[in-house]
Design a protein around this ligand. Structure first.
Ligand SMILES: [Zn+2]
Length: 119
């Protein structure tokens, strides 16, 4: 796990700074849970061309479970961009997670009109 850039002094400092500034998991904060963050994640993955040592606002404080959940979603799901909760749904029943398949259906419906049919 301790591979570049995580084994560098620069990263250790950056990580410590981020955890000082945002000691709580930002995904958990989005659902009103205060969970101590112990992982610092790149919003823009290095493997996707992100800066290995970005400014702290380009980093995300995460708890271990949110970090592994995010890793499991993979680069396809993108980096954490918002503080909005990923779990649960809106009052109208649409999922809060924009990557949920239902959300994609809602987007399609908005794009192609309410009926979903093309004449
Ligand atoms: Zn969390």
């Amino acid at each position: 796990m301790a591979k570049w850039p995580y084994n560098t002094t620069v990263w250790q400092k950056l990580r410590r700074l981020k955890l000082q500034l945002e000691p709580f998991c930002e995904e958990c904060l989005g659902i009103d849970r205060f969970v101590e963050a112990s992982h610092v994640d790149h919003r823009h993955a290095i493997s996707q061309g992100g800066d290995p040592f970005p400014s702290v606002d380009q980093l995300a404080s995460l708890c271990p479970s949110c970090h592994s959940a995010k890793t499991a979603r993979g680069p396809e799901a993108g980096a954490v961009r918002t503080r909005k909760p990923r779990k649960g749904c809106n009052p109208d029943g649409s999922p809060l997670d924009p990557h949920h398949p239902w959300a994609a259906n809602n987007r399609a419906r908005r794009l192609f009109g309410k009926s979903g049919h093309r004449h």
